[in-house]
Design a protein around this ligand. Sequence first.
Ligand code: GLN
Length: 455
Amino acid sequence: MKSMVTDYLDEVLEDVRPGDRGAPASYIPELANVDPERFGVSLATIDGKVYGSGDTETEFTIQSIAKPFVYALALEDRGFRDVLKRVSVEPSGEAFNEVSLDEEGRPLNPMINAGALTTHSLVGGDDWTQGQRLQRIIDGLSAFAGRRLQVDERVCGSELDHAHRNLSIAHMLRSYDIFPQDPRVIVEGYTRSCSLLVSTRDLAIMAATLANKGINPITGEKVVSGRVVRQVLSVMTTCGMYDAAGDWVTQVGIPAKSGVAGGLIGALPGQIGVATFSPRLDEHGNSVRGVRLFERMSRDMGIHLMEVPPSVQTVIRNTTVLVQDLTDDEKSQGVKPQKIKVYSIQGSLRFAGAEKIVREFSSTTIKEPAVALDLTDVHALDGVARRMILEVARRLTLDGKRVYLIDPADVIPKPDPGDGGQVIVVQDRAELRAHQPEKRKKGKKGKSAKKGKKK
Ligand code: GLN
């Protein structure tokens, strides 16, 4: 079967193609020479499948799309404190090349040129040469793309011949002691990083690496930490589209970054990276067809960040009462079998899902001496949901119940309910039935994860 995803991309590309609004950037003379009709889109999933339509192999310079990735490297190399001291994270509502600083004398954000020149200067260490810094940036961006990226010397030279605005910004930054290096050296390095050649395929993988918490979905390399990615995606959401950021967030609703060569990326955390290429730009310096394509895809594909599927309505699928097995000895001694109330939990749990479980236990009185939470159908749960479930277990222990987790997939590894809580982990209901509680134990037992004070 041919994938409908490819058919869909072919279709939207043709729907969005008509019209010739906008023009390729001309302040970098070499960029004005491109074929304005080039048009392509690539989509990469976080498990490494790449789809595409149109000019997906055509190379163009990355330009400002380098900014979020260089910001990520600066955060990784210097830590948050040092970087935030020099570059703020406030949307500027200004053009990308505005000569501006905030009240504390910092560039407003790392997505405009003033901020990007600064983050460029922060990559690596204080004692690094410019050559080392540039190598780190090329290596870092190549790791995001999963292949070696090269500088387009013609575009780079062409931009440097006319880099008066960036030089003026860099001199201003130097005069405010934002960085200690020679402003001309920083502008040159920054311009080289803007001149790296990429295709939409490369950019989609770079965006998917951001969507995948910093792990390149093709090479498996962890390029930056999850914490850094969260910071970068947040700033892309509010500042990635310059003075069109508000329109973008409402209409498209995913973290994004554009470049003046006509590239545009969007990263949807936990799902996909998307990249488009079309050189005609609007008044903000964003690709006209790229923006239209993303608007259309956002509507069709439901990728707006504010449109999240509701968490599972039924978190507790059902409850049953199981009777524990007795040994022959116990049967002959007339020991009464114990009952266990089993709650089957389902779905992927975050706060709202876990709260449903908490609510159920706070509003019912359980007669049985033992309770089991069956997590067999829980695919994922975040840290908050995990803590809430363990707290339920702890409180049940304090109420005198024996608590089991049926957790074959280890969704709560090494469960520790803490202070006074105790849980017994079993693999399935058969093991649960066969488990011998402490007081009638005869050598056989389940994995007891935490011994707490017995009530
Ligand atoms: N190299 C370009 C510049 O500094 C990048 C700008 C952009 O892509 N928005 O002007």
